[in-house]
Ligand binder design. Sequence first.
Ligand code: SF4
Ligand code: SF4
Length: 128
Amino acid sequence: MSFMSNVEVDKPYTWKKYKDGMCNHCLANCCKMPLEVSKADLLQMGLITEFDMDEPVRTLEKRLKKEKIIQHYRHKTELFLIRQEVNGDCFLLDPETKKCSIYNNMPQACINFPTVSSRSGFCPYLRN
Ligand code: SF4
Ligand code: SF4
C-alpha cells in the first residue's frame, strides 16, 4: 500500500488546504507552476533595470531569452513566462533549500498565492 502524496501541481482538485506554517516543511511545489509576470514585475524582481523599461519589447524579449530569464513573451497579454528548470522549478528557486532566491522581491502573484490561485486557499503542498 502506498502512502505517496497524490497531489498534482496542474490538478487543483488534488491540492491540500493551506494552513500557516506549511511552507516551512514543503518542497515548494507551487514554484513548479508556470509564472507569468509583467515588465513592472521584472523590475521589482531585480531581473531588469529602469533603463530596460524603455527598451522595445521585442529587444527585451530576445535578451531575456538569451539570458535564460524567460521562456516566452505573450504579446496578447504582455506577460513574460519565467524560465523553468527541466524538473519544472522556477529558475529562481534555490535547488538545495527549496526557498525563493528573491524572497524579498517576489512578484505579486507569488506573494498572493495561495489566497489568489486557481483554487483559492489550497495549494500543491508536498512535505519534504
Ligand atoms: S505549495 Fe503551499 S505549502 Fe508548499 S511552499 Fe507553496 S504555498 Fe507553501
Ligand atoms: S519567484 Fe520565487 S516564489 Fe515565485 S515561483 Fe519563482 S521561486 Fe517561487
